[in-house]
Write a protein that binds this ligand. Structure first.
Ligand code: GDP
Length: 307
């Protein structure tokens, strides 16, 4: 909980201070709601989630006969927890062996770093992990994974370098799944390419990767994660949509929450898929350290935002 608190300190300093100022006391009136709306919107909470939260507050005010703005703080926290709770579904990797996790996301979102942190997370639970360097277009991504794997004694399956032909990510990942089955590995973390410039081509390529995984292991991938940079703001919502349409996402990792004062973006994402099943936030990135990828807990998150 302390790591999450520390990681969210920028949002807390911004959003939390403003909310504390506004909700210190006084009358509950239209001006107050308007100011609250502005504060939430500037923290990237998005129109949809902000409207939902304000409606929820008005309902609570009416129902409980609240009259003092100071009473709104607890009510707002509870409304936020209610909004985010459906997203807090921890990832259960015990349903399959190997449990195959495919990771997607645009370059720079923190995919490779998150793979390292995830491997560390699962290893510390006593599980064996294998990494598949499926981002064959970016040599640096491959090198980064190889180096990380060596340091931490985790096997990495990658394409041989030096050949003339362009890398085939699907082949690398097929080999990785086969190797994991042969070696009795618990969890496969499959990296994929994330070039945004040629998005159409990219989507076709990662769809192919998904199909090839299913060929190597029926019902796999068991988890398709999108890694999202919290600093992407409202554009995050569009990214979720695009990757979800192409792949059928099963969860999200939201990185770099420590680098933003706008942690409200999580609420925007929460509201986006309200008609369908909500998309779970499996992990949040709250720093660059190995332990700074934390399972998402709605109450812990909201209490770290402001109290
Ligand atoms: P990729 O292109 O998606 O594979 O992105 P990388 O994993 O290479 O990450 C890009 C940069 O973001 C690196 O400098 C990482 O250290 C940094 N990064 C990733 N996750 C986090 C996080 O949760 N917090 C912070 N502060 N930095 C992060």
């Amino acid at each position: 909980a302390t790591r999450v608190r520390q990681g969210l300190s920028r949002t807390r300093d911004n959003l939390g201070k403003q909310l504390s100022g506004l909700l210190g006391g006084g009358k509950i009136d239209e001006a107050l709601y308007e100011e609250l709306e502005t504060i939430l919107l500037t923290a990237d909470t998005g129109v949809n989630a902000t409207t939902w939260l304000l409606d929820e507050l008005r309902r609570q005010v009416k129902r409980d006969g609240l009259t003092d703005a100071a009473q709104l703080k607890g009510a707002l926290q509870q409304a936020l927890i209610n909004l985010l709770a459906p997203l807090a579904q921890p990832l259960d990797t015990d349903t399959n062996k190997p449990f195959i996790i495919m990771l997607t996301g645009v370059n720079g979102a923190g995919k490779t770093t998150s793979i390292g942190k995830l491997a560390h997370h699962f290893q510390s639970q006593g599980k064996t992990v294998l990494l598949a360097a499926g981002d064959t277009f970016r040599a640096a991504a491959r090198e980064q994974l190889m180096a990380w794997g060596e340091r931490n004694n985790v096997a990495v399956i990658a394409q041989e370098t030096g050949g003339q032909q362009k890398g085939d990510p699907a082949a690398v990942i097929f080999d990785a799944v086969s190797a994991a089955k042969a070696r009795g590995i618990d969890i496969v973390l499959a990296d994929t390419a994330g070039r945004l410039s040629t998005q159409l081509h990219l989507m076709e390529e990662i769809k192919k990767v998904k199909r090839v995984i299913a060929k190597a292991e029926p019902d796999a991938p068991h988890e398709v994660l999108l890694v999202l940079d919290a600093n992407t703001g409202q554009n995050a919502v569009n990214q979720v949509q695009a990757f979800d349409d192409a792949l059928g996402l099963t969860g999200l990792i939201i990185t770099k929450l420590d680098g933003t004062a706008k942690g409200g973006v999580i609420a925007a994402i929460a509201r986006q898929r309200r008609q369908k099943q909500p998309l779970p936030i499996r992990f949040i990135g709250v720093g660059e350290g190995m332990d700074d990828l934390r399972p998402f807990d709605a109450r812990e998150f909201v209490e770290a935002l402001f109290d």
